[in-house]
Design a protein around this ligand. Structure first.
Ligand SMILES: *[C@@H]1O[C@H](CO)[C@@H](O)[C@H](O)[C@H]1NC(C)=O
Ligand SMILES: *[C@@H]1O[C@H](CO)[C@@H](O)[C@H](O)[C@H]1NC(C)=O
Length: 191
């Protein structure tokens, strides 16, 4: 009898604890014990093609005010991209990934032409196949004639929790069409 009573109360307590648990959402905080941080340097070329029958960058919106002007990249123009990433700058160089996302022409002054990028650079081959680097950054295209820098704010897969920067150098640009081949030298800190 005594045993039964004890069992009964234990049961009641368990039910109460369970009920209380279900009133709140699951959460658990503990020390992260992050693995040692690594740094990876990776170089590739990004081909941004606006012209022709098979563009990899397309304008998806523009401001009424600047949309009619000569330049397709006036302030407020928004582009969606799916640009190939290649080992070298040549047209038929081996493709190792792609950059998908958007960039918006962000400067009101054409002489200070800059874009703001929201792009995921994903690798589809090699050691980093399935991993990607997240870019969320101003890209001051006209500001620096030589190298310019954009920020890495995150990543997926092997680049999970990444941060870092990319030094960009224009390898080739066609001022008329806007077609460009850019060298990306990424320095990625990740775990
Ligand atoms: C767009 O611009 C044109 C010419 O500048 C003007 O006539 C038109 O009213 C504008 N449309 C809007 C929605 O602002
Ligand atoms: C990259 O990963 C995908 C998905 O896991 C796989 O299907 C593909 O074969 C891999 N490619 C290379 C070149 O390793």
């Amino acid at each position: 009898m005594k045993n039964t009573l004890v069992t009964f109360f234990t049961l009641c307590l368990s039910v109460a604890v369970l009920a209380a648990r279900h009133e709140s959402y699951y959460c658990k905080t503990k020390p992260a014990n992050m693995k040692e941080e690594k740094v990876t340097r990776v170089r590739f070329y990004l081909r941004d093609t606006l012209s022709g029958q098979n563009p990899t960058a397309v304008r998806i919106a523009h401001a009424n005010l600047t949309g009619g002007s000569e330049s397709p990249v006036g302030f407020g123009s928004l582009f969606a991209i799916d640009d190939p990433l290649t080992v070298g700058p040549e047209k038929h160089s081996k493709e190792i990934g792609n950059g998908q996302g958007m960039y918006v022409s962000g400067s009101k002054e054409m002489s200070k032409f800059s874009i703001v990028m929201y792009v995921d650079l994903a690798f589809t081959t090699g050691k980093f196949n399935g991993s990607s680097i997240s870019i969320f950054s101003r890209n001051p295209v006209a500001e620096e004639a030589g190298e310019r820098e954009i920020a890495i704010v995150g990543g997926r897969g092997k680049f999970r929790m990444a941060r870092g920067f990319v030094k960009i150098k224009t390898h080739k640009i066609d001022m008329k069409t806007g077609d460009a081949v850019l060298r990306y030298d990424a320095t990625v800190y990740h775990y």
